[in-house]
Design a protein around this ligand. Structure first.
Ligand code: FES
Length: 186
């Protein structure tokens, strides 16, 4: 009669069942967890929402402002006329509550006239979107509670206490503005 000897080093049928059960459990946990892990990954649109945005400014005429979106928030891009630049330069500290020299808010591509203003389009009072007033020293009017901003986004009067903030931006070329970075080519 032959006798089967089993040593501790040899896998038994019971060991195999334990191992197989454990592996199936791990696969099951992974299968259940994957939808949650996958759900936590930002989709392409969300990832893109945080990236800098390129804006073709070649068709924007003097005196015109457009509204663009970056990170889900609106921003004004305005090309000033010579009269608007002159009028904003004449305003002093006594004309506004959050004074900042206008030339610190007006910029442009290298080798081109500084005539661009890029500012948040959310009123600094309670966040409404002001209306653009073209070709006038009063550049934006907020219909919610009457705040008035000059053409560089500085608060002139009304309940808003601070100027429209400037986002990070850079002119990548004479035709291209990039909002969301201060480094050309980023
Ligand atoms: S939200 Fe603009 S004045 Fe109140």
């Amino acid at each position: 009669m032959s006798e089967e000897t089993i040593t501790a080093d040899e896998p038994t049928r019971r060991d195999f069942i334990y191992v197989a059960t454990g592996m199936m459990g791990a696969v099951g946990v992974a299968a259940v967890a994957w939808p949650f892990i996958d759900q936590m990954r930002p989709d392409a649109a969300v990832r893109a929402a945080g990236l800098p945005v390129e804006i073709d400014i070649s068709a924007i005429e003097e005196g015109q402002a457009i509204t663009v979106t970056w990170r889900g928030k609106p921003y004004f891009v305005r090309r000033l006329t010579g009269e608007e630049i002159a009028a904003s330069g004449e305003l002093g500290a006594g004309d506004m509550k959050d004074f900042q020299p206008s030339d610190e808010r007006i910029s442009g591509p290298a080798d081109a006239e500084n005539q661009w203003v890029v500012v948040s389009a959310n009123c600094t009072h309670l966040g409404c979107i002001p209306k653009t007033v073209e070709n006038a020293p009063e550049g934006w009017y907020c219909p919610c509670h009457g705040s008035v901003f000059d053409s560089t986004g500085r608060i002139l009067r009304g309940p808003a206490a601070t100027n429209l903030p400037l986002p990070p931006f850079v002119f990548a070329s004479a035709e291209t503005l990039v909002i969301g970075t201060e480094t050309a080519g980023a």
